[in-house]
Design a binder for this molecule. Sequence first.
Ligand code: LMR
Length: 397
Amino acid sequence: MLEKLQPQPIDPILSLVDIVRADARAEKVDLGVGVYIDESGRTPIMAAVKAAERELLETQESKVYLGSFGDVRSTELIVQLVLGEGLCRTLGGRVRGLQAAGGVAALRLGAELIARAGAPPIVLGRPTWAIHDTIMMAGGAQVRWVEYFDPRRQAVDFDATVDALKSAPSGTPFLVHASCHNPTGADSSPAQWRELAGIVSARGLVPFVDAAYLGLGDGIDADAAGLRLMLEAAPDALVAVSGSKSFGLYRERVGALFILGRTAEVTNVAMTNATAIARTLYSVPPDHGAAIVRLVLEREDLRASWLRELDAMRLRLNAIRADFAARAERAGLPLAPVRDHRGMFSLLPLTPEQVRALRADRAIYMPESGRVNLAALHPERAQYVVDALAAAMGGGR
Ligand code: LMR
């Protein structure tokens, strides 16, 4: 039986972890997988997370199943954080959250809901996170691509997005990044979000928001502002939230799917579908990370500590961007927009051949798309990277 299986392509992002580890060169710079890296080169456990873990160790008395919904209080707190109190009140019973095994599982549950509902193909903006389309198709949804990014301006190609959405049939789902677009770092402006919300409402479209980097752009409320506009405008919507980056809980698989229906009854029926799908994927979601998030959001002191640390991470990211853009400008590289991008990533205008040459000749690692994780760009290594890019792109002075 097994010999009939065909080999699968390696994962474009996760495969880098092993490749980088195997490179012993001292000058190695790893701008690959999207995890936050601090000044000392580590991906730290946030102080509030560590405190919550200590408390769990002391107080948790059982590991018994929590049921299909996982840690209900944790998810409620995530919903309140992401939507804000006002929108939670406005939407009332129309919106409910379901704990999921990380952002990927939340996306996969949403994809299966889309397929079960017989919706038109989901619109994905190109480029997007390397496995968005794979997850959608694994869940049975069909995919339609539109161009999201103008590589020349290194900015959102808003007209292309608007044209595609204006001609999409009613009930068309479309995937939208809440903030800190992965892989481009280019987000819509507040005015563009408002225009998108108008189209969603006029055409009865179904936003499927991927919120994986909240707090790492301009702060939680600013990063969630577009998402909130979408949910105010939409008849139906889905939101996949990940706790990996905002809480640094990558391996704990913290996530939630929010379901917004036209009525509370529609939402409740959709929830029975989502829990039925989850039952066959992972049965019940993992608890440790969700319990940590519950404590962090519930306790005023832990919440304040978490928000302070998240703010520091975001400010550091933006400082790295400014420093990199200035060095690139001095080297004559056309990378000024990196300064205004948000989150961990920017997409550099490199070919896969150039990316492979940077790996082989300079020990600089990134996915073949040319996406760089700026959190990993230590100021002391920034000039080395800029010089290597100038040589690779042939545009330096
Ligand atoms: C990334 O985009 O690098 C991260 O989200 C890790 C992953 O799972 O791809």
